[in-house]
Design a protein around this ligand. Structure first.
Ligand code: ZN
Ligand code: ZN
Ligand code: ZN
Ligand code: ZN
Ligand code: ZN
Length: 297
């Protein structure tokens, strides 16, 4: 049974399996999290465990993502840290309360992640707006690190237009003063694996260049996350998708046109091509002639 704990202050989730009941964990947001015994209770499947959308009574499949609702009833080996319902270990959302289940980040109480931009600074956990997910923030430059799973959840909510507290600027620690500008180095290290991250224009046309580690997550400089979420919420992804499809179609049309103009429609070209039928006829005729010549009298 996977026992997840959630930090009451920042929403970060921890795996409490390695801790004894009554032990206290220090979260990197500064809060202390008490390890309590989690007694899971059975709860009705009223939400999709793949996308968190509410269940439509008549269907067995989620009308948003197509996942089967019966999947939520299998392998009930995890306790939802939000409502203590017994849920599937494969659930990304609780099938009862719809809260996100972040097994990926549930390893340690404290984050020991360096800021990819400032390097010397350590990231701290904080809640993202009023969403029940935690992100890691640098108190110096105001940049944000999002686990891939957290970003997928947040982007999905932006697409559905249900994001809470979108547009609030990242609130850096007031004691540290205004966020400091960072140097725009071309490649920055992933705070988790330290390998250099890729630079990526999100959606190919959002104009927001992110630092991305495929295995771990995405780094957002100050204000980049709210800008990107607004772009997604305004349907930027779909528009970009249509534009890319149009571009691909235009490209194909141009290519076909170019091929057609290069084709031998012009008179003269055809004449220069060897006429194999003529050759064959000649050869036949020659053969006949030769046979005639050598025919014995
Ligand atoms: Zn916390
Ligand atoms: Zn779904
Ligand atoms: Zn729950
Ligand atoms: Zn920083
Ligand atoms: Zn990485």
């Amino acid at each position: 049974m996977l026992h997840l704990l959630v930090c009451p202050q920042c929403g970060r989730q921890f795996d409490a399996d390695h801790y004894a009941t009554g032990e206290r964990l220090q979260c990197s947001c500064g809060a202390t999290v008490d390890v309590a015994t989690a007694v899971g209770h059975d709860a009705a499947v009223v939400r999709c465990s793949a996308c968190g959308a509410p269940r439509n009574e008549e269907t067995d499949q989620c009308r948003y993502c197509g996942s089967s609702f019966t999947m939520a009833d299998q392998d009930l080996d995890t306790v939802c840290p939000h409502c203590l319902a017994r849920i599937s270990g494969r659930a990304r959302f609780c099938h009862y309360c719809g809260g996100p289940i972040l097994i990926d980040q549930a390893t340690a109480g404290n984050l020991a992640l360096p800021c990819p931009a400032c390097v010397s600074e350590t990231l701290r956990s904080r809640q993202l707006g009023r969403e029940s997910v935690a992100v890691a923030e640098c108190g110096r430059c105001g940049g944000l690190w999002l686990d891939n799973t957290v970003f997928a959840i947040i982007a999905g909510r932006a697409r559905q237009g249900v994001l809470q507290g979108l547009g609030t600027a990242p609130h850096t620690d007031p004691a540290l003063g205004a966020p400091l500008p960072v140097s725009r180095r071309l490649y920055r290290p992933c705070p988790v694996c330290r390998s250099l991250m890729n630079r990526h224009n999100y959606g190919r046309s959002s104009g927001i260049i992110l630092d991305l580690c495929h295995a771990h997550g995405i780094w957002f400089d100050l204000e980049e996350l709210p800008r990107l979420l607004k772009w997604i919420q305004a349907g930027g992804e779909e528009a970009a998708h249509h534009r890319q499809a149009d571009e691909a179609r235009d490209e194909l049309r141009q290519k076909q046109l170019a091929e057609r103009t290069a084709q031998p429609d012009t008179p003269g070209w055809g004449d220069r091509r060897p006429n194999y039928d003529l050759f064959n006829d000649l050869a036949d005729a020659l053969g006949e002639g030769l046979r005639h010549l050598f025919r014995r009298p």
